[in-house]
Design a protein around this ligand. Structure first.
Ligand code: ZN
Length: 258
């Protein structure tokens, strides 16, 4: 069910495909969709889950990778194979991410299915690669994509904002600690999909926890928070708690309140 998140005017459809953290089983692993066209991370079996919400992976034009942890990337070979081999192909596909993304994804493919699959997929999908680093501000596949380096237990790690012309700015934290890059992403986002791995206290592995989210929610009242990458769920004022296949129709905030 779609819920209206904020404001009025042209809407952007945000879908949380996977809302759980890496290991707890509280939800599928990280994957988020903007307008059925931009996928941020691919830790969930996107090609299998989207049809349950009446959507298809065939319309995805751009995949953005936040960092190279398994719970954010290991379903990419299945998504790419689905696009290449099931007749759902619609044009090319752009994959963007930190330096090393191309090598990492090709290694995932060749480890999982052998080198010949890499060639077949590349031939079918006409893969294009975009390297994104801190401060990047590029139009990719019709979307303005801005990247911010964040501090996590592995590097490089990026937060993104994604924006269709005139529509809401949607932010994605990836996995991160409380750091300047995260704050820059939040400050420019109408809606921020933010990880909240820890609940009762600080957690290991370079993640955010509930107390830090409460601080950010208070600091950025013009940004609406959607909490994801959850190990535990409970009440938290001023934020939407994600669940798998949550869809929101997001309107850009009125200029007077931005
Ligand atoms: Zn991570």
């Amino acid at each position: 069910m779609a819920e209206t998140a904020a404001g009025s005017g042209e809407t952007t459809r945000l879908t949380v495909i996977g809302s759980g953290d890496a290991f707890s089983g509280s939800g599928c692993n990280a994957a988020y969709l903007v307008d059925e066209r931009v996928l941020i991370d691919c830790g969930a079996p996107v090609h299998a889950l989207l049809p349950r919400a009446g959507m298809s992976a065939a319309s995805i034009d751009l995949v953005l990778i936040t960092h190279f942890h398994a719970d954010h990337t290991y379903m990419l070979p299945m998504l790419l194979g689905s696009r290449a081999f099931t007749g759902e192909l619609r044009g090319g596909l752009v994959i963007g991410g930190p330096p090393g993304t191309k090598e990492y994804v090709l290694r995932l493919l060749s480890t999982g299915y052998g080198r010949h699959i890499v060639g077949l997929i590349d031939e079918s999908l006409h893969l294009e690669w975009v390297v994104l680093q801190d401060g990047a501000d590029d139009v990719v596949a019709g979307y303005r994509v801005r990247a911010h380096a964040v501090v996590h237990s592995t590097g490089p790690s990026l937060a993104y904002t994604v924006e269709r012309d005139g529509a809401a700015v949607i932010g994605f934290s990836g996995d991160t600690t409380l750091c300047p890059g995260l704050r820059r992403a939040i400050a420019s986002a109408d809606v921020m999909v933010c990880e909240c791995t820890g609940w009762d206290g600080p957690t290991e592995g370079g993640h955010l926890w509930r107390g830090e989210l409460e601080q950010l929610i208070a600091e950025y009242p013009d940004t609406r928070f959607v909490l994801s990458h959850l190990r535990t769920r409970g009440p938290i004022a001023g934020a939407i708690l994600a669940h798998d296949l949550l869809s929101l129709d997001v309107s850009a905030a009125a200029p007077a309140t931005r």
